[in-house]
Design a protein around this ligand. Sequence first.
Ligand SMILES: *Cc1c(COP(=O)(O)O)cnc(C)c1O
Length: 224
Amino acid sequence: MTTAIERLEKVQADIRAAETEFGRDDGSVNLIAVSKTFEADAIRPVLSAGQRIFGENRVQEAMGKWPGLRDEFDGIELHLIGPLQSNKAKEAVATFDVIHTVDRPKIARALKSEMDKQGRNLPCFVQVNTGEEPQKAGVAPKDVDAFVAECRDTFGLNIVGLMCIPPVEEAPGEYFALLEKIAKRNGLSRLSMGMSSDYPVAVGFGATHVRVGSAIFGARDYLA
Ligand SMILES: *Cc1c(COP(=O)(O)O)cnc(C)c1O
């Protein structure tokens, strides 16, 4: 049996190795430890080991466990990586530090309005449906340029990068390359891509944020 701390150390070592292998700067890839479905008791050891960037995919669930953990540990940075409904924008802005899933005008408007009310200016990623899968959230690749411009110019959101979840059954490389290409032509420097099964590959394609859950916390009890 390995512990979460041992698995965290392995993931960190893999990331450093991939940075070297692909000629990326040391420390240029941020590890987001995805703690969805895990209770505070399972997260605490990973915080004690020094990890500070975490990802959650549900606003309600994050509200239940992170305020307490923030009281115990300084410097936590919490990323929303799951779908957002506009009626949860208020809670999302109050709970999270970075939003990865901006994908429609209604959400962009709701987020900006809440940020203004709460005096926060959260960095945001636009989610891209790189595989153009009907069941998946995200902006179609051909619509990203216009949507990024709208987020910036119409809504005044601080768009810092792009995020994707490539099709599960396929090799992710071409989707990571597509995300990188779209980000570049929009002057966006951050790429949120790569999960437990493919984060070293994502580093090779320029990921600045990898979102790794089960490789650190173990298998989840239910699909989240
Ligand atoms: C759950 C989730 C992850 C982490 O998935 P693992 O395969 O457990 O690493 C990454 N990104 C998103 C958007 C997720 O919902």
